[in-house]
Structure formats: C-alpha cells, structure tokens
Design a protein. Structure first.
Length: 159
C-alpha cells in the first residue's frame, strides 16, 4: 500500500493532484491519501482529509512506501519505522508554506542520503514510476542519542 500524507497545516494541491493523476495513468489502486486542507479531491485514490492518530499510525504501519510533504514528523516516522519515503517539499513561492524550510530540509536530508526527494511534479511522476524499487533508509531510534542528550545537557548547564 502507498500511503500519501500532506500533514494538516496548509493545502498541498500539487502533490495530491500529481499522485491522483499518476494513479489513474499507472492503474495503481493501492494508494490511500491523507490530504488535509487540500482543495483537490482525488478521483482515483482513496482519501480522507484527516485521520485520527490511531488510524494514521495503522496506515503508516501498513504502508509499503510513504509519499509525503517534507515535514520532519513524517520523515522521522518513516526513518523510525524503516519505511521508504519519497518527499516533495512544499514551496512558499507557491503559497504552500510560510517560508522555504521544507525545501531546505529536503535538500539537506537528500544530501545525507536519508530520503528520496522530488523537487517538482515532473520529478514526482518519474519517481512514482519507480516507487516499488525504493528501499528504506537507515533506521533511527525513537529517542535522541546519548551523546546528543549529554551535549544538550552540558550546553544548558553552562548557559
């Protein structure tokens, strides 16, 4: 199952529309999308505007791959659950975000080899065609590392 999530803050029509059109063209019927406040209502994938936390967790756990905005919560969840993830960052220039932090996040984590990134709809369509070949990236733990906790504690105690 392909689980698409765009978060809950703002509309992300570009991602939802692209996945919906791709599902029709590819014949994929195993897509479920959480579309948030997005105006585009998919015609070719199952969807819900919002999911309660238990339902979201169930969909995430059952997913073979996650397609999402470049939100840190979603990215961290994919890494923790060892799910392949393909992200397309929201763009402030497109009215999808207040600033370009998702673009910066996507670029940085892509350089580190942590996520798969499509920068626009054309790249997203191309990467969706190879979705079944995406592999999970290095798993992360549910909590910060001991060295990070020590460094933060030292910083707080000195400052």
């Amino acid at each position: 199952m392909i689980f698409v999530t765009v978060g809950t803050d703002m509309a992300f029509n570009r991602l939802v529309r692209t996945v919906d059109e791709w599902a029709l063209a590819s014949g994929r019927q195993d897509v479920f999308a959480q579309i948030g406040e997005t105006d585009w209502q998919p015609a070719h994938v199952a969807w819900s505007k919002f999911l309660e936390p238990p339902e979201f967790a169930r969909r995430f756990a059952e997913a073979d791959v996650v397609v999402a905005h470049a939100g840190m919560g979603t990215i961290l969840s994919a890494l923790q659950w060892e799910k392949p993830i393909l992200v397309m960052p929201r763009r402030a220039t497109q009215g999808e975000q207040r600033n370009e932090h998702q673009l910066a996040t996507a670029r940085h984590l892509s350089k580190l080899g942590k996520i798969n990134v499509a920068m626009d709809e054309n790249e997203l369509r191309a990467m969706l065609d190879g979705l079944d070949q995406l592999l999970p990236r290095e798993k992360i733990g549910a909590y910060a590392s001991d060295s990070l906790i020590i460094a933060l504690r030292d910083f707080i105690e000195r400052g």
